[in-house]
Design a protein around this ligand. Structure first.
Ligand SMILES: Cc1cc2nc3c(=O)[nH]c(=O)nc-3n(C[C@H](O)[C@H](O)[C@H](O)COP(=O)(O)OP(=O)(O)OC[C@H]3O[C@@H](n4cnc5c(N)ncnc54)[C@H](O)[C@@H]3O)c2cc1C
Length: 266
């Protein structure tokens, strides 16, 4: 039986929207803004609210979306003929704005290259023209601290930056803790809105061949004492997520106080 994150909607909704604009916001991030009237019904919960993004693989192609029944959509997705099946990847709501009867949503896409060319969603994000259709399947939030949490420990690479930035923005103003964010380039470091009691440590990689997440793990090992009633959220490249969890557990934090998720695999 599938195990679903506790805060995932039991009847996730599929929304459709169109690209409004796309812009490079830093060396590694492309921000794609989508909008529609239907998005006004999206119940944005802030924090790391995420969704499955669908778009046609062929520019100008029609968007065929899977049927959603309760939490089931994958089998219907696979029934779409491969030549017409949309691309599907997971993304975080970087920002959400209501605009009269409609709404706009920003997606901050990490640009990653394969053999010198942009690949996957990154290529779409850079090239998407206004009006390009997208589908968006609401998946809720992963961040789920116990009610007695006394300290927050947030760790992410660039793929988890939109999630950690959203959590920092929405934590209670008296929250205390540490956030460690690893990014590829100094130009990806931007001021974040965070409670005064949460120390935000940016770590940047020194060369493109470096193992993603290594510097974030080093920073985590040098982190102040983790309290028994801390709650940790560790996301990003798969090894960062698993090793981050191991490091925190060895430091005395119970496994059920750690949310960890491999957002992608190197
Ligand atoms: C809950 C959740 C929220 C997420 N939010 C965001 C977000 O807001 N922004 C964001 O950019 N990503 C986010 N991700 C990660 C994103 O889903 C993955 O990076 C995804 O693999 C990208 O799809 P793709 O089609 O570009 O690459 P894929 O087709 O999945 O992979 C193709 C190749 O690209 C490589 N690759 C994939 N992602 C990266 C990366 N980030 N850096 C370097 N190489 C990579 C893979 O190793 C593979 O070799 C999130 C993931 C999850 C689970």
């Amino acid at each position: 039986m599938a195990i679903y994150p506790p805060l995932m909607p039991t009847h996730p909704r599929m929304f459709t929207a169109a690209v409004v604009r796309t812009e490079r916001i830093s060396p590694t991030f492309q921000r794609v803004t989508i909008a529609s009237g239907g998005l006004a019904d999206f119940e944005w919960r802030g924090m790391d609210h995420w969704f499955r993004l669908f778009f046609p693989l062929q520019p100008g192609g029609a968007l065929l979306l899977p049927e959603v029944s309760g939490r089931q959509w994958w089998k219907s997705y696979l029934r779409i003929p491969e030549s017409e099946r949309p691309h599907c990847s997971n993304y975080t709501v970087a920002a959400f704005r209501r605009t009269g009867d409609a709404a706009e949503l920003d997606i901050d896409v990490v640009l990653h290259w394969h053999e010198g060319a942009l690949s996957g969603v990154a290529a779409w994000a850079v090239d998407a023209s206004p009006g390009s259709p997208v589908g968006l399947l609401d998946q809720g939030v992963l961040f789920d601290p116990p009610s007695d949490t006394e300290q927050y420990v947030l760790v992410a690479d660039e793929s988890g930056l939109p999630a950690v930035r959203g959590i920092l923005r929405d934590l209670p103003s008296d929250a205390v803790g540490t956030a460690i964010i690893e990014v590829p380039a100094p130009g990806d470091v931007h001021p974040v809105h965070a409670p005064e009691g949460v120390q935000v440590h940016w770590v940047t990689r020194h060369d493109p061949g470096e193992q993603v997440g290594h510097r974030a793990l080093q920073a985590l090992q040098g982190c102040p004492t983790v309290r028994a009633k801390a709650y940790a959220f560790v996301v990003g490249e798969s090894s960062l997520a698993t090793q981050g969890r191991r490091t925190l557990h060895r430091a005395g934090l119970a496994k059920n106080r750690i949310t960890f998720s491999g957002f992608w695999k190197a």
